[in-house]
Write a protein of this length. Structure first.
Length: 300
């Protein structure tokens, strides 16, 4: 039977990142059965390999979580497009439409960070929570928001990584972001760490001043999110957050900056409020599986 394995429906997942794209097949319970990684080159080089893999595996539905910015509005003419990315060849690319032309199955589409958030609340340690923020800190910084059990989109989707920051008094770095300079991504992303300190983050683990400054900016951003969105949990993922010494520093910064203004049961337990992603870097794939399942439910 097409789209089935041992009597169970096969669900496709495409975690489309700016560096690599991960194709996967899983089951409805979140079991990942097979995966395949494709380097993100030009669309002309990358997409035939991805399309061939999914045509071979014949999923019953497909969830796509993509780097962006993207257009996630089904009512928009550019729905499913990657929009203003600086990634060569991908600006204004119709990712969803290209796949739909060759794979006629239900498809769900969202941002890569919303995909990771959806994976965490569907299959991970934040199951049962309806008001959650997910922040990924890596090559870039992105954020996903779930409010009242729904992923937040609005006119486009949240771009939490580009909120403007108040620079640390001792930090003269101009910022890495070509659009905004000293936004969160410009000051705290992996490339910003490397440019400011002269080495990639993984080679700076024994430099406490690096992580004190990183925590200053991430803590500032989280305080802004708490005050604006009032989430019941903040989840931090991405390569930079593999520096686990950051978590206590960030929690301390948040407490200092909130200065007792907000008192809730969630904030009274910071170790359970500001947490690491729980799915061993599979949260994006699992979020794609959930996007696919949602698309199947919508079309049934």
């Amino acid at each position: 039977m097409i789209g089935a394995h041992d009597g169970k429906r096969l669900i496709g997942a495409l975690e489309a990142g700016g560096t690599k794209m991960i194709c996967a097949i899983g089951s409805e319970d979140g079991t990942i059965l097979e995966r395949y990684s494709v380097p993100t080159r030009s669309p002309e080089e990358t997409m035939p390999e991805i399309l061939g893999w999914f045509l071979e595996h014949k999923p019953a539905a497909l969830g796509i979580a993509s780097f962006g910015p993207v257009d996630p509005d089904p009512a928009s003419e550019s729905y499913g497009h990657i929009t203003t990315t600086p990634k060569p060849g991908w600006a204004d690319y119709d990712l969803l439409g290209t796949i739909k032309k060759v794979l006629p199955v239900p498809m769900g589409f969202d941002t890569d960070v919303n995909g990771s958030l959806l994976g965490e609340v569907s299959y991970g340690g934040s199951r049962g929570l309806n008001d959650v923020v997910y922040i990924t800190v890596g090559t870039g910084i992105g954020g996903g928001v779930m409010s009242g059990g729904k992923l937040l989109h609005g006119m486009l989707h949240p771009e939490l990584g580009h909120m403007l920051m108040r620079p640390h008094p001792s930090d003269s770095y101009a910022g890495k972001c070509p659009f905004h300079g000293q936004c969160l991504e410009g000051l705290a992303s992996g490339p910003a760490i490397e440019e400011r300190w002269g080495l990639p983050g993984e080679k700076l683990s024994d430099r406490p001043e690096v992580w004190e400054l990183e925590a200053y900016y991430l803590g500032q951003a989280i305080v802004n999110l708490i005050l604006c969105l009032s989430p019941k949990r903040i989840i931090l993922g991405g390569g930079v957050m593999h520096q686990t010494q950051l978590f206590p520093l960030i929690r301390r910064e948040v407490s200092t900056k909130l200065n007792g203004y907000i008192r809730t049961k969630e904030l009274s337990d910071p170790d359970s409020y500001i947490v690491a992603a729980s799915l061993k870097d599979d949260q994006g794939i699992l979020g794609c599986i959930k996007l696919a399942l949602n698309a199947m439910s919508f079309q049934s």
